[in-house]
Design a protein around this ligand. Structure first.
Ligand code: 13P
Ligand code: SF4
Length: 309
């Protein structure tokens, strides 16, 4: 297949042949979102991966997302179109360093954001995503000390929302830490009618300007429910494809990055292409695999998350 239309057709045929489901994150290229069976945020995609009857899961997202799907489905084929699609936030938390951090804080419950490796999940008590982090922390007894990792910005936001103190691992996402407060303020002045909507992975100076803060799905829902006609969107701009589809008359302005580089697309998410997705299905590779011992240890805190949210 050469053209996008050919690829769409070939992917549909392979989907039947493999009895596969294609799950795509909102940060994927628009054509990948359009070919997917389901599009969602991290929590929705984990739920879908936990409940699918398909024999194969094609995960159009980054490695930790596909790995979570494999942890939940050891007997299914889980494909990631580009195996090098990592995540700066997951990389900011090396397992050996995190083990030492944990050992330095005995008696702490470990709550880890799903944007981390299976090795970190295996050292955690509960996993959370940006859409259920506040809800999960609120269920923990007040006298229980908590380590929260790896994202310091989500951690700080959760502390504000719950009024709790937590020990934070100092990790961050290169995409969400790259939004320019100054340029957002300039945009607000140029578009006083626009609301700023932001992902909690953004830094406090950006979040301070937000009319609404939430996970990708929450931002999408808010942009539909709000009576505003314009939004400055401080998260990866892939989400704007769905926002614009749902609300063709509203205006969505991507929040600008600090440097002069083109945009705030996640370089890892964007490694996946429609062609690589087709090739992965055709060749049944790259496949996600992980040691059974790690898988079982990482499964427990994911199941706790699914039960608590
Ligand atoms: P969501 O859970 O909001 O989809 O976020 C995933 C992510 O990688 C944000 O950078
Ligand atoms: Fe990781 Fe940031 Fe990309 Fe999300 S946007 S996958 S946190 S690097």
């Amino acid at each position: 297949p050469k053209t996008p239309d050919d690829l769409f057709e070939a992917i549909q045929a392979l989907k039947k042949k493999l009895n596969a489901v294609i799950l795509a994150h909102y940060y994927q290229d628009p054509d990948i979102q359009d070919v997917a069976d389901y599009i969602g945020d991290s929590l929705e995609l984990s739920r879908l991966a936990a409940s699918t009857n398909a024999d194969a899961i094609v995960f159009a997202g980054v490695h930790f997302m596909a790995e979570t799907a494999k942890i939940l489905n050891p007997d299914k084929l889980v494909l990631l179109p580009d195996l090098t699609a990592g995540c700066s936030l997951a990389d900011s938390c090396p397992p050996d360093d995190f083990a030492a951090f944990k050992a330095a804080h005995p008696g702490h419950l470990v709550i880890s954001y799903i944007n981390c490796s299976a090795a970190i999940k295996a050292m955690s008590d509960i996993i959370c995503t940006s859409s259920n982090a506040v809800k999960i922390v609120n269920q923990i007894p007040k006298d229980q000390p908590i380590i929260f990792g790896p994202d310091r910005n989500l951690g700080r936001y959760v502390m504000q929302q719950t009024g709790r103190d937590m020990v934070l691992w100092q990790g961050a996402c290169i995409v969400h830490e790259n939004f320019s407060e100054k340029k957002i303020v300039q945009l607000k002045i140029a578009h006083p009618e626009a609301e700023v909507i932001a992902h909690p992975e953004c830094e406090p100076p950006v979040l301070r300007h937000a009319n609404y803060i939430g996970s990708t799905s929450a931002l999408l829902k808010y942009s539909q429910a709000s009576s505003s006609q314009a939004f400055i969107v401080a998260t990866e701009p892939g989400i704007i494809h769905q926002m614009q589809k749902m609300e063709p008359k509203k205006r969505f302005i991507p929040a600008p990055p600090t440097n002069n580089c083109a945009c705030n697309e996640c370089p890892f998410m964007r490694l996946n292409t429609l062609e690589k997705l087709y090739l992965a299905m055709e060749n049944r590779t790259p496949e996600i695999s992980l040691p059974e011992e790690t898988r079982l240890a990482a499964l427990r805190p994911i199941q706790r998350m699914l039960e608590m949210s």
